[in-house]
Design a protein around this ligand. Sequence first.
Ligand code: NAD
Length: 289
Amino acid sequence: MNIGNIGTVGIVGAGSMGAGIAQAAAQAGLKVKVVDVGDAAWARARKTIAKSLERMVAKEKITGEQMKEALELLSFSTDVGTLAGVPFVFEAVFEDIGVKKEIFGKLDAVCGDDTVYATNTSSIAITEMASLVKRPARFVGMHFFNPVPMMRLVEVIPAMQTEKAVTDLALAMAVKLGKTPITCKDTPGFVVNRLLIPYILDAVRLLEAGVASAEDIDTAMKLGAGMPMGPFELMDFTGVEISHLVGEIFYGYTKEARFASPGLLRNMVSAGYLGRKTGRGFYDYSEKK
Ligand code: NAD
């Protein structure tokens, strides 16, 4: 199979990542069949995609006609069976091995021998996931970044069982979707999170030790290291619990102390101070502020 023969892709999971991948694929001219558990998820995803495309039209990055064409390429179902015959399927459901296992069981029942499965997991080992499917040689990791329409990187991660031709196809798919791929071994955090998570956790350790305030650490990293956001702004934006949970998962795999979540982060999660979405994280987002 080569990239030129792929006219349709499937996407299971229409959350933040699934919607973003669907948009990128539709903009690349591919037919996109999306599956999620309920119509509400699709209504949300479609609205997000339409808004994102509208912003692109307003900025004259695409034309109104291109937006219309992209939207027409998207279809939705709650039935995994609609993905029968689709040659390339992205998996972007919750980060829960049980949910993913159930999805791959359903996909295995309907997909052909040649179908490639590309998982977007951030923290589950690709080789472990490949071992869940009938044809592990056709399984690969494709780790996109949030928000997908803005972020240009895709990490392509072959499992121990992945055929080289499948890795090459995943690299070509990333390029087709307008992204720049890198390849990386199946290792906790791949490249970006392997570097980013210890950096974020170290920022919390600096705060815990009273070295500087959250504001000053953020200012230091923005003005001194050219980061677009400081580590505390980033945690509040993505959800404080994500850094904690991902750190703990990587710690479980590696037993390296740099991945262990510091006590302050653990306590913030227990207190429900999860960042922007709860009105309080390292910063206060309450209305009076
Ligand atoms: P999300 O919670 O926004 O979306 C998950 C979607 O999966 C939801 O719409 C949910 O309804 C759907 N879903 C759950 N069970 C399902 C089932 N049985 N069948 C069909 N659909 C089902 O999650 P997300 O942030 O988009 O993350 C998805 C994947 O992408 C995870 O593996 C995550 O680790 C990875 N990821 C996330 C980010 C990020 O920043 N959010 C970045 C890179 C990778």
